[in-house]
Design a binder for this molecule. Structure first.
Ligand code: SAM
Length: 188
């Protein structure tokens, strides 16, 4: 999935909120900042294991830059704006961290905790594609007719809709779903 997004959009840097020890993005993206509160994740990054795994798998020529922040992604931190924000099974990352996406950059989010649904309500973000998965094969597909609720009635107002989804803390059922959702941040 990360290779597909990198190749399609020239991604060079990323921020991964709630990463735990999932360093696969660094196999394809040269500069990645990982953030997690878990002490086991901190130990993993401190041990040098992340560098070793990435060095053995990096699919680019330059030296990987791997940074780990042991904190909540909701607390303030400093980072150069990134090409890609990653939100996978780690809570409401998009809400806390979309400010760190460069204008025209991207968010890839799944809906395990409802983060993709919340991102869909964010006026700064526009759904530009979805990631389909078949075993280990991923493909980028057009983004049509997603986020239509199956049963739930959601508020029409995007801010209220986001509040409602956050309060549920899980994704609602949609008529059409995908493995992950790709959003682009507006240019201004
Ligand atoms: C289910 S794991 C997913 C790990 C990884 N994203 C993956 O897909 O393999 C969720 C991770 O999110 C982290 N997490 C949840 N809320 C967080 C927050 N506010 N700040 C930093 N990390 C958080 C947890 O510590 C945990 O390691």
């Amino acid at each position: 999935m990360f290779k597909l997004i990198r190749d399609a959009y020239g991604i060079r840097s990323a921020l991964y909120g709630g990463s735990f020890v999932h360093v696969t993005p660094s196999f394809f993206i040269p500069t990645v900042t990982y953030i997690d509160m878990d002490r086991r994740a901190a130990r993993f990054f401190e041990s040098g294991e992340a560098e070793a795994v990435v060095a053995a798998n990096a699919d680019y020529d330059e030296s990987p830059t791997i940074r780990f922040l042991h904190q909540s992604y909701s607390d303030p931190f400093e980072i150069e704006p990134v090409d890609l924000l990653i939100s996978q099974y780690g809570g409401f990352v998009s809400e806390a961290c979309s400010q760190h996406i460069r204008p025209g950059g991207f968010l890839v989010a799944n809906n395990s905790h409802g983060d993709a649904g919340v991102a869909e309500c964010d006026p700064r973000l526009r759904l530009v594609g979805v990631l389909r998965r078949n075993g280990e094969i991923f493909r980028l597909a057009p983004a049509t007719e997603f986020f239509v609720p199956k049963r739930a009635t959601l508020p029409d107002d995007p801010a209220e809709r986001a509040r409602h989804l956050r309060s549920l803390g899980r994704g609602v059922g949609y008529t059409k779903t995908a493995f992950s959702y790709l959003f682009q941040k507006t240019e201004e």
